[in-house]
Design a protein around this ligand. Sequence first.
Ligand code: X8Z
Ligand code: ZN
Length: 596
Amino acid sequence: MLKKFTIGVALASVITTSAYAEKKETAKEFVERIQQESLELSKETAAAAWVRATYITPDTAILASKARERSLAFQAKAFEQAKRYKDAKTDPVTARAIELMLRGSSAPAPNNPALQAQLAQTLTDMAGQYGAGTYCDDSGNCRQLQELEAVLAKSRDYDELLDVWKGWRTVSPAYRSTYQQFVAAANQGAKDSGFKDLADAWKSNYDMSPEAFTKEADRLWNQVKPFYNELQCHVRAKLNEEYGDERVPLDQPIPAHLLGNMWSQTWDNLYPLLEPHKGVASLDVTAALKEQGYDELKMTQTAEAFFTSLGLPSLPDSFYKNSMIKKPADRDVVCHASAWDLGNGSDPRIKQCVEITENQFGTLHHELGHIYYYLMYKDQPRVFKGGAHDGFHEAIGDTIQLSMTQSYLKEKGLIKEIIKSPEATLNQQMKLALEKIAFLPFGKMIDEWRWKVFSGEIAPEDYNKGWWELRTQYQGIRAPVERSEKDFDAGAKYHIPGNTPYTRYFLSFIMQFQFHKALCETAGFTGPLHECSIYNNKAAGKALGDMLAMGQSKPWPDAMQALTGQREMDASAIIDYFAPLNSWLKEQNKDRQCGW
Ligand code: X8Z
Ligand code: ZN
Protein backbone atom coordinates (compact mmCIF):
# COMPACT_ATOMS: atom_id res chain seq x y z
CA MET A 1 0.00 0.00 0.00
CA LEU A 2 1.10 3.48 -0.71
CA LYS A 3 0.40 5.76 2.19
CA LYS A 4 0.09 9.33 1.29
CA PHE A 5 -0.82 12.15 3.51
CA THR A 6 -2.18 14.63 1.09
CA ILE A 7 -4.64 17.32 1.89
CA GLY A 8 -7.34 14.68 1.70
CA VAL A 9 -6.07 12.73 4.64
CA ALA A 10 -4.45 15.13 6.95
CA LEU A 11 -6.25 18.33 7.48
CA ALA A 12 -6.34 19.95 10.90
CA SER A 13 -9.45 20.70 12.91
CA VAL A 14 -7.96 23.88 14.25
CA ILE A 15 -9.03 26.46 11.74
CA THR A 16 -9.51 29.53 13.84
CA THR A 17 -9.58 31.98 10.99
CA SER A 18 -12.78 33.99 11.11
CA ALA A 19 -15.20 33.83 8.22
CA TYR A 20 -14.29 37.41 7.44
CA ALA A 21 -10.58 36.68 7.19
CA GLU A 22 -11.26 33.57 5.08
CA LYS A 23 -13.22 35.66 2.61
CA LYS A 24 -10.34 37.99 2.09
CA GLU A 25 -7.88 35.20 1.48
CA THR A 26 -6.81 34.86 -2.15
CA ALA A 27 -6.76 31.40 -3.71
CA LYS A 28 -3.00 31.35 -3.43
CA GLU A 29 -3.05 32.34 0.23
CA PHE A 30 -5.70 29.76 0.88
CA VAL A 31 -3.63 26.98 -0.70
CA GLU A 32 -0.60 28.02 1.29
CA ARG A 33 -2.44 28.14 4.59
CA ILE A 34 -4.11 24.77 4.11
CA GLN A 35 -0.84 23.13 3.19
CA GLN A 36 0.80 24.55 6.27
CA GLU A 37 -1.98 23.44 8.56
CA SER A 38 -2.21 20.06 6.94
CA LEU A 39 1.51 19.55 7.35
CA GLU A 40 1.25 20.36 11.02
CA LEU A 41 -1.67 18.04 11.58
CA SER A 42 -0.14 15.22 9.54
CA LYS A 43 2.66 14.89 12.09
CA GLU A 44 0.15 13.55 14.56
CA THR A 45 -1.92 11.53 12.09
CA ALA A 46 1.11 9.89 10.54
CA ALA A 47 2.81 9.11 13.84
CA ALA A 48 -0.38 7.52 15.17
CA ALA A 49 -0.93 5.53 11.97
CA TRP A 50 2.67 4.28 11.92
CA VAL A 51 2.56 3.17 15.54
CA ARG A 52 -0.79 1.51 14.97
CA ALA A 53 0.44 -0.41 11.92
CA THR A 54 3.60 -1.58 13.67
CA TYR A 55 2.06 -2.29 17.07
CA ILE A 56 -1.51 -3.53 16.95
CA THR A 57 -3.22 -3.23 20.33
CA PRO A 58 -6.58 -1.83 21.49
CA ASP A 59 -4.72 1.22 22.77
CA THR A 60 -3.09 2.07 19.45
CA ALA A 61 -6.51 1.62 17.83
CA ILE A 62 -7.87 4.40 20.02
CA LEU A 63 -4.94 6.71 19.32
CA ALA A 64 -4.92 6.14 15.57
CA SER A 65 -8.64 6.37 15.24
CA LYS A 66 -8.88 9.62 17.21
CA ALA A 67 -6.07 11.18 15.20
CA ARG A 68 -7.78 10.13 12.01
CA GLU A 69 -11.04 11.60 13.22
CA ARG A 70 -9.40 14.97 13.80
CA SER A 71 -7.87 14.75 10.38
CA LEU A 72 -11.26 14.03 8.79
CA ALA A 73 -12.82 16.99 10.57
CA PHE A 74 -10.16 19.25 9.14
CA GLN A 75 -10.52 17.70 5.71
CA ALA A 76 -14.28 18.32 5.68
CA LYS A 77 -13.83 21.94 6.64
CA ALA A 78 -11.00 22.62 4.22
CA PHE A 79 -12.98 21.02 1.42
CA GLU A 80 -15.92 23.32 2.06
CA GLN A 81 -13.58 26.28 1.86
CA ALA A 82 -11.79 25.03 -1.23
CA LYS A 83 -15.09 24.89 -3.12
CA ARG A 84 -15.20 28.69 -3.05
CA TYR A 85 -12.10 28.83 -5.18
CA LYS A 86 -13.26 26.33 -7.74
CA ASP A 87 -13.48 28.76 -10.62
CA ALA A 88 -11.36 31.52 -9.14
CA LYS A 89 -9.19 33.47 -11.56
CA THR A 90 -5.69 32.66 -10.44
CA ASP A 91 -2.29 31.48 -11.65
CA PRO A 92 -2.02 27.98 -13.18
CA VAL A 93 -0.10 26.50 -10.24
CA THR A 94 -2.72 27.62 -7.75
CA ALA A 95 -5.50 26.46 -10.07
CA ARG A 96 -3.95 22.98 -10.23
CA ALA A 97 -3.60 22.97 -6.44
CA ILE A 98 -7.28 23.84 -5.98
CA GLU A 99 -8.27 21.21 -8.49
CA LEU A 100 -6.29 18.57 -6.57
CA MET A 101 -7.81 19.68 -3.28
CA LEU A 102 -11.27 19.18 -4.71
CA ARG A 103 -10.53 15.62 -5.79
CA GLY A 104 -11.84 12.64 -3.91
CA SER A 105 -9.48 10.93 -1.50
CA SER A 106 -9.83 7.20 -0.95
CA ALA A 107 -12.09 7.96 2.03
CA PRO A 108 -13.53 11.48 1.72
CA ALA A 109 -14.65 13.09 4.96
CA PRO A 110 -18.37 13.31 5.66
CA ASN A 111 -19.55 16.58 7.20
CA ASN A 112 -21.34 14.91 10.09
CA PRO A 113 -18.96 14.42 13.06
CA ALA A 114 -20.61 11.13 14.03
CA LEU A 115 -19.94 9.78 10.55
CA GLN A 116 -16.38 11.09 10.69
CA ALA A 117 -15.89 9.01 13.82
CA GLN A 118 -17.53 6.01 12.18
CA LEU A 119 -15.25 6.30 9.17
CA ALA A 120 -12.11 6.65 11.29
CA GLN A 121 -13.02 3.74 13.53
CA THR A 122 -14.12 1.29 10.89
CA LEU A 123 -10.94 1.87 8.89
CA THR A 124 -8.67 1.52 11.90
CA ASP A 125 -10.44 -1.60 13.15
CA MET A 126 -10.57 -3.45 9.85
CA ALA A 127 -6.89 -2.93 9.07
CA GLY A 128 -5.98 -4.08 12.58
CA GLN A 129 -8.12 -7.21 12.37
CA TYR A 130 -6.60 -8.09 9.04
CA GLY A 131 -3.08 -7.50 10.35
CA ALA A 132 -3.63 -9.59 13.49
CA GLY A 133 -5.52 -12.29 11.54
CA THR A 134 -4.63 -15.82 12.65
CA TYR A 135 -6.00 -19.20 11.60
CA CYS A 136 -5.86 -22.05 14.09
CA ASP A 137 -6.58 -25.44 12.56
CA ASP A 138 -8.23 -28.42 14.25
CA SER A 139 -4.97 -29.62 15.72
CA GLY A 140 -4.40 -26.25 17.37
CA ASN A 141 -1.72 -25.15 14.94
CA CYS A 142 -2.08 -21.35 14.67
CA ARG A 143 -0.63 -19.52 11.69
CA GLN A 144 -0.66 -15.96 10.36
CA LEU A 145 -0.97 -14.87 6.77
CA GLN A 146 2.62 -15.17 5.57
CA GLU A 147 2.91 -18.71 6.95
CA LEU A 148 -0.31 -19.67 5.18
CA GLU A 149 0.91 -18.02 1.98
CA ALA A 150 4.08 -20.09 2.13
CA VAL A 151 1.99 -23.26 2.05
CA LEU A 152 0.07 -22.06 -0.99
CA ALA A 153 3.33 -21.21 -2.69
CA LYS A 154 4.90 -24.62 -2.23
CA SER A 155 2.43 -27.40 -1.52
CA ARG A 156 0.76 -29.35 -4.34
CA ASP A 157 -1.42 -31.29 -1.93
CA TYR A 158 -5.02 -30.50 -2.85
CA ASP A 159 -6.43 -30.90 0.66
CA GLU A 160 -3.63 -29.08 2.41
CA LEU A 161 -4.07 -26.18 -0.01
CA LEU A 162 -7.79 -26.16 0.60
CA ASP A 163 -7.27 -26.06 4.34
CA VAL A 164 -5.08 -22.93 4.29
CA TRP A 165 -7.20 -21.27 1.62
CA LYS A 166 -10.33 -21.71 3.69
CA GLY A 167 -8.43 -21.05 6.90
CA TRP A 168 -7.37 -17.53 5.95
CA ARG A 169 -10.97 -16.81 4.99
CA THR A 170 -12.12 -17.46 8.53
CA VAL A 171 -10.62 -14.09 9.51
CA SER A 172 -12.60 -11.68 7.34
CA PRO A 173 -16.25 -12.49 8.25
CA ALA A 174 -15.65 -10.69 11.57
CA TYR A 175 -15.47 -7.36 9.78
CA ARG A 176 -18.06 -7.87 7.08
CA SER A 177 -20.58 -5.64 8.86
CA THR A 178 -17.82 -3.16 9.72
CA TYR A 179 -17.12 -2.90 6.01
CA GLN A 180 -20.76 -2.12 5.40
CA GLN A 181 -20.57 0.69 7.96
CA PHE A 182 -17.42 1.96 6.34
CA VAL A 183 -19.15 2.06 2.95
CA ALA A 184 -22.06 4.04 4.39
CA ALA A 185 -19.77 6.64 5.97
CA ALA A 186 -17.36 6.99 3.06
CA ASN A 187 -20.16 7.15 0.51
CA GLN A 188 -21.66 10.01 2.51
CA GLY A 189 -18.23 11.64 2.53
CA ALA A 190 -18.09 11.34 -1.25
CA LYS A 191 -21.57 12.85 -1.56
CA ASP A 192 -20.68 15.71 0.78
CA SER A 193 -17.71 16.37 -1.51
CA GLY A 194 -19.92 16.65 -4.56
CA PHE A 195 -19.54 13.14 -5.98
CA LYS A 196 -22.29 10.67 -6.83
CA ASP A 197 -20.73 8.05 -4.58
CA LEU A 198 -17.30 6.78 -3.56
CA ALA A 199 -16.78 5.04 -6.90
CA ASP A 200 -17.31 8.33 -8.69
CA ALA A 201 -14.81 9.97 -6.32
CA TRP A 202 -12.16 7.32 -6.93
CA LYS A 203 -12.56 7.52 -10.67
CA SER A 204 -12.18 11.29 -10.61
CA ASN A 205 -8.43 11.13 -9.91
CA TYR A 206 -7.17 10.69 -13.45
CA ASP A 207 -7.38 14.09 -15.16
CA MET A 208 -10.45 12.95 -17.07
CA SER A 209 -14.11 12.43 -16.32
CA PRO A 210 -15.09 9.34 -14.30
CA GLU A 211 -16.98 8.04 -17.34
CA ALA A 212 -13.94 8.47 -19.57
CA PHE A 213 -11.81 6.70 -17.00
CA THR A 214 -14.13 3.68 -16.87
CA LYS A 215 -13.87 3.42 -20.65
CA GLU A 216 -10.12 3.85 -20.54
CA ALA A 217 -9.66 1.00 -18.07
CA ASP A 218 -11.92 -1.22 -20.18
CA ARG A 219 -9.98 -0.33 -23.31
CA LEU A 220 -6.72 -1.41 -21.67
CA TRP A 221 -8.27 -4.61 -20.36
CA ASN A 222 -9.56 -5.49 -23.83
CA GLN A 223 -6.05 -5.00 -25.21
CA VAL A 224 -4.61 -7.67 -22.92
CA LYS A 225 -7.54 -10.04 -22.48
CA PRO A 226 -6.83 -12.39 -25.42
CA PHE A 227 -3.31 -12.98 -24.12
CA TYR A 228 -4.61 -13.63 -20.60
CA ASN A 229 -7.09 -16.15 -21.97
CA GLU A 230 -4.27 -18.08 -23.66
CA LEU A 231 -2.32 -18.17 -20.42
CA GLN A 232 -5.33 -19.25 -18.37
CA CYS A 233 -6.05 -22.02 -20.87
CA HIS A 234 -2.52 -23.41 -20.74
CA VAL A 235 -2.27 -23.21 -16.96
CA ARG A 236 -5.60 -25.00 -16.59
CA ALA A 237 -4.38 -27.78 -18.87
CA LYS A 238 -1.22 -28.23 -16.80
CA LEU A 239 -3.16 -28.21 -13.54
CA ASN A 240 -5.48 -30.77 -15.07
CA GLU A 241 -2.45 -33.00 -15.69
CA GLU A 242 -1.39 -32.52 -12.09
CA TYR A 243 -4.74 -32.86 -10.30
CA GLY A 244 -6.94 -34.80 -12.74
CA ASP A 245 -10.25 -34.27 -14.57
CA GLU A 246 -12.40 -34.32 -11.52
CA ARG A 247 -10.57 -31.57 -9.66
CA VAL A 248 -9.62 -29.43 -12.65
CA PRO A 249 -12.16 -30.06 -15.43
CA LEU A 250 -11.04 -28.66 -18.76
CA ASP A 251 -14.24 -26.72 -19.41
CA GLN A 252 -14.57 -25.08 -16.00
CA PRO A 253 -12.96 -22.14 -14.20
CA ILE A 254 -9.85 -23.15 -12.20
CA PRO A 255 -10.28 -23.83 -8.45
CA ALA A 256 -8.78 -20.76 -6.78
CA HIS A 257 -6.58 -22.56 -4.25
CA LEU A 258 -4.39 -24.28 -6.85
CA LEU A 259 -2.68 -21.23 -8.31
CA GLY A 260 0.13 -20.85 -5.79
CA ASN A 261 -1.17 -17.64 -4.25
CA MET A 262 -3.69 -16.84 -1.52
CA TRP A 263 -5.76 -14.68 -3.86
CA SER A 264 -4.82 -16.32 -7.19
CA GLN A 265 -3.45 -12.92 -8.18
CA THR A 266 -0.01 -13.97 -9.38
CA TRP A 267 0.85 -17.51 -10.38
CA ASP A 268 4.65 -17.50 -10.55
CA ASN A 269 4.86 -20.01 -7.72
CA LEU A 270 3.52 -22.54 -10.21
CA TYR A 271 6.54 -22.01 -12.44
CA PRO A 272 8.03 -25.44 -11.70
CA LEU A 273 4.84 -26.97 -13.12
CA LEU A 274 4.85 -24.70 -16.13
CA GLU A 275 8.49 -24.33 -17.13
CA PRO A 276 8.37 -24.83 -20.91
CA HIS A 277 11.87 -26.32 -21.17
CA LYS A 278 12.82 -28.24 -18.06
CA GLY A 279 16.01 -27.12 -16.41
CA VAL A 280 17.05 -24.57 -19.04
CA ALA A 281 18.47 -21.43 -17.43
CA SER A 282 17.55 -22.14 -13.84
CA LEU A 283 16.29 -18.96 -12.25
CA ASP A 284 16.13 -19.94 -8.60
CA VAL A 285 17.00 -16.60 -7.03
CA THR A 286 15.45 -17.61 -3.70
CA ALA A 287 17.96 -20.41 -3.32
CA ALA A 288 20.84 -18.09 -4.21
CA LEU A 289 19.73 -15.44 -1.70
CA LYS A 290 19.58 -18.07 1.03
CA GLU A 291 22.86 -19.74 0.09
CA GLN A 292 24.66 -16.45 0.12
CA GLY A 293 23.36 -15.49 3.51
CA TYR A 294 21.31 -12.50 2.47
CA ASP A 295 19.29 -11.09 5.37
CA GLU A 296 16.56 -8.41 5.44
CA LEU A 297 19.09 -5.59 5.54
CA LYS A 298 21.29 -6.88 2.77
CA MET A 299 18.28 -7.44 0.54
CA THR A 300 17.11 -3.87 1.16
CA GLN A 301 20.57 -2.46 0.52
CA THR A 302 20.90 -4.45 -2.67
CA ALA A 303 17.60 -3.00 -3.88
CA GLU A 304 18.80 0.49 -2.94
CA ALA A 305 22.01 -0.12 -4.89
CA PHE A 306 19.99 -0.54 -8.08
CA PHE A 307 18.49 2.92 -7.65
CA THR A 308 21.81 4.54 -6.79
CA SER A 309 23.42 2.85 -9.81
CA LEU A 310 21.10 5.05 -11.88
CA GLY A 311 22.50 8.18 -10.25
CA LEU A 312 19.58 8.55 -7.84
CA PRO A 313 20.49 9.56 -4.27
CA SER A 314 21.28 7.21 -1.39
CA LEU A 315 18.56 6.64 1.16
CA PRO A 316 18.88 8.82 4.25
CA ASP A 317 20.23 7.12 7.40
CA SER A 318 16.85 7.68 9.00
CA PHE A 319 15.37 5.27 6.45
CA TYR A 320 17.27 2.33 7.91
CA LYS A 321 16.82 3.53 11.45
CA ASN A 322 13.07 4.04 11.28
CA SER A 323 11.81 1.46 8.79
CA MET A 324 10.42 -1.89 9.88
CA ILE A 325 11.87 -4.59 7.62
CA LYS A 326 11.50 -7.59 9.89
CA LYS A 327 8.39 -9.07 11.47
CA PRO A 328 8.63 -8.48 15.23
CA ALA A 329 8.33 -11.67 17.23
CA ASP A 330 6.46 -10.21 20.16
CA ARG A 331 3.49 -8.36 18.71
CA ASP A 332 1.02 -8.07 15.85
CA VAL A 333 1.80 -5.73 12.98
CA VAL A 334 0.29 -5.08 9.56
CA CYS A 335 2.71 -7.15 7.51
CA HIS A 336 1.37 -6.06 4.13
CA ALA A 337 4.27 -4.11 2.65
CA SER A 338 3.91 -0.33 2.45
CA ALA A 339 5.94 2.85 1.98
CA TRP A 340 5.41 5.94 4.08
CA ASP A 341 6.24 9.56 3.34
CA LEU A 342 6.81 10.96 6.82
CA GLY A 343 8.55 14.12 7.99
CA ASN A 344 7.63 16.05 4.87
CA GLY A 345 10.03 14.06 2.73
CA SER A 346 12.79 13.85 5.33
CA ASP A 347 11.79 10.59 7.01
CA PRO A 348 10.65 8.08 4.37
CA ARG A 349 10.12 4.54 5.65
CA ILE A 350 9.00 1.14 4.59
CA LYS A 351 7.19 -1.47 6.58
CA GLN A 352 7.61 -5.01 5.35
CA CYS A 353 7.93 -8.40 7.02
CA VAL A 354 10.81 -9.37 4.77
CA GLU A 355 11.50 -13.04 4.18
CA ILE A 356 14.45 -14.32 2.24
CA THR A 357 12.70 -15.07 -1.04
CA GLU A 358 12.79 -13.78 -4.59
CA ASN A 359 9.22 -12.54 -4.26
CA GLN A 360 10.04 -10.45 -1.22
CA PHE A 361 13.16 -9.16 -2.94
CA GLY A 362 10.88 -7.96 -5.72
CA THR A 363 8.54 -6.31 -3.22
CA LEU A 364 11.49 -4.45 -1.68
CA HIS A 365 12.21 -2.92 -5.09
CA HIS A 366 8.52 -2.10 -5.38
CA GLU A 367 8.53 -0.28 -2.04
CA LEU A 368 11.74 1.57 -2.84
CA GLY A 369 10.05 2.77 -6.01
CA HIS A 370 7.59 4.62 -3.77
CA ILE A 371 10.41 5.88 -1.58
CA TYR A 372 12.33 7.29 -4.55
CA TYR A 373 9.19 9.05 -5.74
CA TYR A 374 8.94 10.68 -2.28
CA LEU A 375 12.60 11.65 -2.34
CA MET A 376 12.47 13.11 -5.81
CA TYR A 377 9.36 15.22 -5.25
CA LYS A 378 10.18 16.29 -1.73
CA ASP A 379 10.72 19.92 -2.73
CA GLN A 380 7.35 20.22 -4.46
CA PRO A 381 4.59 22.03 -2.60
CA ARG A 382 2.77 19.55 -0.38
CA VAL A 383 -0.31 19.41 -2.58
CA PHE A 384 1.81 18.24 -5.54
CA LYS A 385 3.44 15.43 -3.61
CA GLY A 386 1.93 12.38 -5.20
CA GLY A 387 2.25 10.22 -8.25
CA ALA A 388 1.30 11.72 -11.63
CA HIS A 389 -1.57 9.34 -10.93
CA ASP A 390 -1.61 6.50 -8.46
CA GLY A 391 -0.65 3.95 -11.13
CA PHE A 392 2.61 5.85 -11.70
CA HIS A 393 3.50 5.51 -8.03
CA GLU A 394 2.95 1.77 -8.20
CA ALA A 395 4.92 1.32 -11.40
CA ILE A 396 8.35 2.71 -10.45
CA GLY A 397 9.83 -0.14 -8.42
CA ASP A 398 8.29 -2.68 -10.76
CA THR A 399 9.87 -0.96 -13.75
CA ILE A 400 13.24 -1.40 -12.05
CA GLN A 401 12.51 -5.10 -11.56
CA LEU A 402 12.06 -5.52 -15.30
CA SER A 403 15.77 -4.69 -15.51
CA MET A 404 16.72 -7.58 -13.24
CA THR A 405 17.78 -9.62 -16.23
CA GLN A 406 20.12 -12.61 -16.32
CA SER A 407 23.08 -10.27 -16.87
CA TYR A 408 22.12 -8.22 -13.84
CA LEU A 409 21.60 -11.28 -11.65
CA LYS A 410 24.91 -12.72 -12.84
CA GLU A 411 26.68 -9.50 -11.95
CA LYS A 412 25.17 -9.70 -8.45
CA GLY A 413 26.18 -13.35 -8.18
CA LEU A 414 22.56 -14.44 -7.92
CA ILE A 415 22.73 -16.80 -10.89
CA LYS A 416 25.72 -18.80 -12.04
CA GLU A 417 25.61 -18.44 -15.79
CA ILE A 418 23.84 -16.55 -18.52
CA ILE A 419 22.01 -18.75 -20.97
CA LYS A 420 20.84 -17.20 -24.19
CA SER A 421 18.62 -19.38 -26.32
CA PRO A 422 15.02 -19.37 -27.50
CA GLU A 423 14.30 -22.00 -24.82
CA ALA A 424 15.78 -19.86 -22.08
CA THR A 425 13.78 -16.87 -23.31
CA LEU A 426 10.56 -18.84 -23.19
CA ASN A 427 11.26 -20.03 -19.67
CA GLN A 428 11.94 -16.52 -18.48
CA GLN A 429 8.88 -15.16 -20.21
CA MET A 430 6.69 -17.85 -18.71
CA LYS A 431 7.92 -17.04 -15.24
CA LEU A 432 7.32 -13.33 -15.71
CA ALA A 433 3.95 -13.78 -17.41
CA LEU A 434 2.75 -15.91 -14.50
CA GLU A 435 3.33 -12.79 -12.45
CA LYS A 436 2.47 -9.93 -14.78
CA ILE A 437 -0.17 -11.30 -17.13
CA ALA A 438 -1.95 -13.49 -14.58
CA PHE A 439 -2.35 -10.39 -12.41
CA LEU A 440 -4.20 -8.21 -14.92
CA PRO A 441 -7.81 -9.42 -14.53
CA PHE A 442 -7.36 -9.50 -10.75
CA GLY A 443 -6.04 -5.94 -10.85
CA LYS A 444 -9.13 -4.96 -12.78
CA MET A 445 -11.87 -6.87 -10.93
CA ILE A 446 -11.18 -5.72 -7.36
CA ASP A 447 -12.43 -2.21 -8.04
CA GLU A 448 -15.15 -3.46 -10.36
CA TRP A 449 -16.48 -5.10 -7.22
CA ARG A 450 -16.00 -2.02 -5.09
CA TRP A 451 -17.46 0.35 -7.67
CA LYS A 452 -20.58 -1.83 -7.66
CA VAL A 453 -20.64 -2.00 -3.86
CA PHE A 454 -20.30 1.77 -3.56
CA SER A 455 -23.00 2.46 -6.15
CA GLY A 456 -25.36 -0.05 -4.53
CA GLU A 457 -25.41 -2.32 -7.58
CA ILE A 458 -24.03 -5.05 -5.32
CA ALA A 459 -26.14 -4.93 -2.15
CA PRO A 460 -24.62 -5.82 1.25
CA GLU A 461 -26.47 -9.14 1.25
CA ASP A 462 -24.78 -10.04 -2.04
CA TYR A 463 -21.19 -9.09 -1.24
CA ASN A 464 -19.85 -12.60 -1.63
CA LYS A 465 -21.98 -13.61 -4.57
CA GLY A 466 -20.98 -10.44 -6.45
CA TRP A 467 -17.34 -11.09 -5.61
CA TRP A 468 -17.28 -14.60 -7.05
CA GLU A 469 -19.20 -13.59 -10.15
CA LEU A 470 -16.48 -11.12 -10.99
CA ARG A 471 -13.69 -13.52 -10.04
CA THR A 472 -15.08 -16.02 -12.51
CA GLN A 473 -15.92 -13.52 -15.21
CA TYR A 474 -12.51 -11.86 -15.24
CA GLN A 475 -10.06 -14.49 -14.03
CA GLY A 476 -11.71 -17.75 -15.02
CA ILE A 477 -11.35 -19.12 -11.51
CA ARG A 478 -13.93 -20.36 -9.00
CA ALA A 479 -14.23 -20.95 -5.27
CA PRO A 480 -13.05 -24.47 -4.48
CA VAL A 481 -15.89 -25.02 -2.03
CA GLU A 482 -19.39 -23.63 -1.66
CA ARG A 483 -19.34 -20.09 -0.27
CA SER A 484 -22.18 -18.19 1.37
CA GLU A 485 -23.09 -14.71 2.53
CA LYS A 486 -21.66 -15.62 5.92
CA ASP A 487 -18.27 -15.34 4.24
CA PHE A 488 -16.54 -12.14 3.29
CA ASP A 489 -14.00 -13.29 0.72
CA ALA A 490 -13.32 -9.83 -0.67
CA GLY A 491 -12.27 -8.85 2.86
CA ALA A 492 -9.56 -11.52 2.83
CA LYS A 493 -7.55 -9.30 0.49
CA TYR A 494 -5.60 -6.56 2.25
CA HIS A 495 -6.74 -3.64 0.13
CA ILE A 496 -10.42 -4.13 1.04
CA PRO A 497 -10.07 -3.68 4.82
CA GLY A 498 -7.09 -1.37 4.12
CA ASN A 499 -9.28 0.64 1.71
CA THR A 500 -6.56 1.09 -0.88
CA PRO A 501 -7.94 1.61 -4.39
CA TYR A 502 -6.72 -1.17 -6.65
CA THR A 503 -7.10 -0.05 -10.27
CA ARG A 504 -3.73 1.64 -9.72
CA TYR A 505 -2.02 -1.76 -9.89
CA PHE A 506 -3.84 -2.76 -13.04
CA LEU A 507 -2.62 0.47 -14.65
CA SER A 508 0.84 0.03 -13.21
CA PHE A 509 1.29 -3.45 -14.62
CA ILE A 510 0.58 -2.07 -18.08
CA MET A 511 2.52 1.18 -17.79
CA GLN A 512 5.67 -0.37 -16.30
CA PHE A 513 6.32 -2.00 -19.67
CA GLN A 514 5.90 1.37 -21.40
CA PHE A 515 8.35 2.86 -18.90
CA HIS A 516 10.82 0.00 -19.31
CA LYS A 517 10.73 0.36 -23.08
CA ALA A 518 11.28 4.12 -22.94
CA LEU A 519 14.12 3.88 -20.42
CA CYS A 520 15.83 1.20 -22.49
CA GLU A 521 15.62 3.47 -25.53
CA THR A 522 17.10 6.32 -23.50
CA ALA A 523 19.87 3.97 -22.42
CA GLY A 524 20.57 3.28 -26.10
CA PHE A 525 19.62 -0.37 -25.87
CA THR A 526 18.67 -1.86 -29.22
CA GLY A 527 18.08 -5.59 -28.55
CA PRO A 528 14.90 -7.33 -27.42
CA LEU A 529 13.36 -5.63 -24.38
CA HIS A 530 13.44 -8.70 -22.17
CA GLU A 531 17.23 -8.56 -22.39
CA CYS A 532 17.51 -4.88 -21.48
CA SER A 533 18.73 -3.76 -18.09
CA ILE A 534 19.15 -0.10 -17.24
CA TYR A 535 21.37 -1.00 -14.26
CA ASN A 536 24.19 1.57 -13.97
CA ASN A 537 22.74 3.72 -16.74
CA LYS A 538 22.80 7.36 -15.72
CA ALA A 539 20.88 8.66 -18.74
CA ALA A 540 17.96 6.38 -17.96
CA GLY A 541 18.24 7.33 -14.29
CA LYS A 542 18.06 11.00 -15.15
CA ALA A 543 14.97 10.53 -17.30
CA LEU A 544 13.29 8.58 -14.53
CA GLY A 545 14.34 11.02 -11.79
CA ASP A 546 13.09 14.01 -13.76
CA MET A 547 9.69 12.45 -14.19
CA LEU A 548 9.50 11.54 -10.50
CA ALA A 549 10.41 15.07 -9.51
CA MET A 550 7.29 16.39 -11.26
CA GLY A 551 5.10 14.67 -8.68
CA GLN A 552 1.51 15.52 -9.52
CA SER A 553 2.21 19.13 -10.40
CA LYS A 554 0.98 18.50 -13.95
CA PRO A 555 -1.76 16.30 -15.45
CA TRP A 556 -0.43 12.77 -15.81
CA PRO A 557 -0.19 12.77 -19.63
CA ASP A 558 2.57 15.41 -19.21
CA ALA A 559 4.56 13.06 -16.98
CA MET A 560 3.93 10.16 -19.34
CA GLN A 561 5.15 12.26 -22.23
CA ALA A 562 8.23 13.44 -20.36
CA LEU A 563 9.30 9.84 -19.87
CA THR A 564 7.97 8.00 -22.91
CA GLY A 565 7.08 10.61 -25.54
CA GLN A 566 3.53 9.23 -25.51
CA ARG A 567 0.55 10.87 -23.84
CA GLU A 568 -1.48 7.70 -23.37
CA MET A 569 -1.48 4.51 -21.42
CA ASP A 570 -1.01 1.70 -23.87
CA ALA A 571 -0.79 -2.07 -23.54
CA SER A 572 1.14 -2.64 -26.74
CA ALA A 573 4.46 -2.49 -24.85
CA ILE A 574 3.49 -5.38 -22.55
CA ILE A 575 2.02 -7.36 -25.45
CA ASP A 576 5.12 -6.84 -27.62
CA TYR A 577 7.41 -7.73 -24.75
CA PHE A 578 5.78 -11.13 -24.44
CA ALA A 579 5.48 -11.84 -28.17
CA PRO A 580 7.61 -15.03 -28.04
CA LEU A 581 5.53 -16.51 -25.22
CA ASN A 582 2.25 -15.40 -26.76
CA SER A 583 2.89 -17.33 -29.97
CA TRP A 584 4.20 -20.36 -28.06
CA LEU A 585 0.99 -20.40 -25.97
CA LYS A 586 -1.19 -20.22 -29.06
CA GLU A 587 0.63 -23.22 -30.45
CA GLN A 588 0.21 -25.15 -27.18
CA ASN A 589 -3.50 -24.32 -27.04
CA LYS A 590 -4.34 -25.00 -30.66
CA ASP A 591 -6.17 -28.27 -29.99
CA ARG A 592 -7.60 -27.20 -26.66
CA GLN A 593 -11.02 -25.82 -25.92
CA CYS A 594 -10.19 -22.55 -24.19
CA GLY A 595 -12.58 -20.35 -22.21
CA TRP A 596 -14.80 -21.09 -19.23
O1 X8Z B 1 0.00 -3.98 -2.35
C1 X8Z B 1 0.96 -4.04 -3.10
C2 X8Z B 1 2.30 -3.47 -2.65
C3 X8Z B 1 2.18 -2.28 -1.80
S1 X8Z B 1 1.58 -0.89 -2.62
C4 X8Z B 1 3.07 -4.53 -1.91
N1 X8Z B 1 0.85 -4.64 -4.30
C5 X8Z B 1 -0.38 -5.26 -4.75
C6 X8Z B 1 -0.74 -6.46 -3.91
O2 X8Z B 1 0.10 -6.95 -3.16
O3 X8Z B 1 -1.88 -6.93 -4.01
C7 X8Z B 1 1.91 -4.74 -5.30
C8 X8Z B 1 1.32 -5.47 -6.46
C9 X8Z B 1 -0.14 -5.67 -6.17
ZN1 ZN C 1 2.89 -0.06 -3.93
